[in-house]
Design a protein around this ligand. Structure first.
Ligand SMILES: Cc1cc2nc3c(=O)[nH]c(=O)nc-3n(C[C@H](O)[C@H](O)[C@H](O)COP(=O)(O)O)c2cc1C
Length: 450
């Protein structure tokens, strides 16, 4: 009830009052901003005329002069300190609850056109996504997409429900802007997640088809169910003896709702999982999963692209093997990377360094970016890569793109900084691209190697 009121008349009244207030410092403006309204700009309320579109940037994120909801994102900054006082897993539950109920800001400003990217025949309005593990059970897809992410990846989902490792299993290292987790694929299982995705899919489709643009371009704007693009990340059960069967089951049930699928073989918290990254094992697995996906009936859109998510702790030989499998089997993409079992500086001397689990956040940035670079070279830039690990600013996202990523994802920085980070990152990334003379994200992909 309260949420409906907040989403409806109360919010409109509040926003209406603020509409006349000038937004942002206006440190920089782009003249080409009116080219193409992004998907986040829902049909209601009507967008200003092209002439009135005027991008400006400020330290709190991009602003569209006269537009209404930037303040809501900024307001979330005041809630973060409260979350930081709570147990990490409880705080996370609250965040999911808030996003699932719509108690989060909804981005109505279109993305800066320079951020648009076309991959797998789809148009992403911006390349910044939410990484797997945040919404493991697809409880809050709409709310999270509404924050302005270019895409959201749910999962990892396991075939059978499982509890994961005993708590506590998530540890904050706030000074280092890092997390150590050993969740161990806590998942409600494919039956529940499929049911949930099915219900949301229909709803999103009905609500959002009106806002998908009808371009003549061969790339489709947004995902299957509307402008928001949804990735589904599949895992295996801890006690399963047939990993391949687990992934195939995931594909059979979940792929109908996925704009892309991810085989996660890199979580450090499921015994034996990362062995699936070995050349022979990965080749067998990918072949069988591709076959499972392709034997299903697909509409004209075709089957969802299949990606593999890899660890940042692999040797050069491991990476060469993975690149060979990716090329030979025409894998659609790789996500680089999952959490690390290493403890790079300054974590090595941290009192929590000895906690078992995967490390994420800032200290993972260099390691994962180096792996990304190696993989970009090994795959000769021919396979789309999603850069993930330690991204906490638009500049970081830009570095990953220059290192070879077509899209990027984050988790830990979002957990620390909250929704306000997203518009801020988009503004910074747009600024970086413009500063260096790129006209699009695509132009900057792999720029470090040219
Ligand atoms: C608490 C937590 C749970 C995660 N769970 C998953 C998961 O279920 N599946 C997965 O592929 N990655 C999972 N990840 C890894 C993230 O998707 C991401 O690859 C990693 O955290 C690095 O990105 P970051 O530094 O931006 O957090 C998890 C990360 C954290 C912190």
């Amino acid at each position: 009830m309260a949420s409906r009121l907040f989403r409806g008349p109360l919010r409109d009244a509040l926003m209406g009052r603020l509409r006349a207030v000038p937004v942002g410092g206006g440190s920089r403006q782009s003249s080409s901003a009116a080219a193409e309204p992004g998907a986040a700009a829902a049909s209601k309320p009507p967008l200003p005329s092209k002439k009135a579109v005027d991008w400006s940037y400020d330290r709190d994120g991009y602003c569209w002069r006269g537009l209404r909801n930037g303040w809501l994102f900024r307001a979330t900054k005041y809630v973060n300190p409260f979350f930081a006082l709570l147990d990490p897993e409880f705080a996370h539950r609250l965040a999911i609850l808030a996003a699932s109920r719509g108690w989060v800001p909804r981005e109505k400003r279109p993305d800066p056109p320079i951020l648009g990217v076309k991959v797998w025949g789809r148009k992403f309005t911006n390349p910044i996504g939410l990484a797997a593990g945040f919404d493991k059970n697809a409880e809050a897809v709409e709310g999270l997409l509404g924050l302005g992410f270019g895409f959201v990846e749910v999962g990892s989902v396991t075939p059978m429900p499982q509890e994961g490792n005993p708590k506590p299993r998530i540890f904050r290292l706030p000074q280092e802007r890092a997390i150590i987790n050993r969740c161990g694929f806590n998942s409600e299982g494919i039956v529940t997640v499929t049911r949930r995705l099915g219900a949301q899919h229909g709803k999103r489709k009905m609500e959002e088809t009106s806002s998908t643009s009808s371009s003549n371009d061969e790339a489709k704007q947004g995902g299957k169910a509307g402008p928001g693009i949804l990735g589904v990340n599949i895992g295996k059960n801890k006690t399963s003896e047939d990993s391949t069967a687990d992934y195939v089951q995931g594909v059979h049930t979940l792929s109908q709702f996925a704009d892309y699928l991810v085989i996660n073989v890199s979580s450090p918290n499921t015994p034996g999982l990362r062995k699936l990254q070995g050349r022979k094992q990965l080749q067998d697995l990918v072949k069988k999963v591709q076959a499972a996906r392709d034997e299903m009936q697909w509409a004209e859109d075709g089957p969802p692209p299949l990606l593999v998510k890899i660890a940042p702790d692999l040797s050069k030989q491991d990476l060469e093997d993975i690149a060979a499998v990716a090329r030979n089997l025409r894998l659609d993409g790789l996500i680089i990377a999952n959490t690390t079992i290493s403890r790079p500086d300054p974590i090595s001397s941290h009192p929590l360094a000895g906690e078992a689990g995967g490390l994420s956040g800032k200290p993972l940035f260099d390691l994962s970016t180096n792996v990304l670079k190696v993989m970009y070279v090994l795959t000769q830039g021919k396979i789309p890569l999603i850069g993930c690990g330690g991204i906490s600013s638009g500049e970081d996202a830009y570095k990953k793109i220059r290192a070879g990523a077509t899209l990027v994802q984050l988790y830990t920085a979002f957990a620390y900084e909250g929704p306000a980070l997203i518009p801020q990152m988009k503004a910074e990334l747009a600024e970086c691209l413009e500063r260096d003379g790129f006209k699009s994200v695509q132009e900057a992909v792999g720029a470090d190697f040219r």
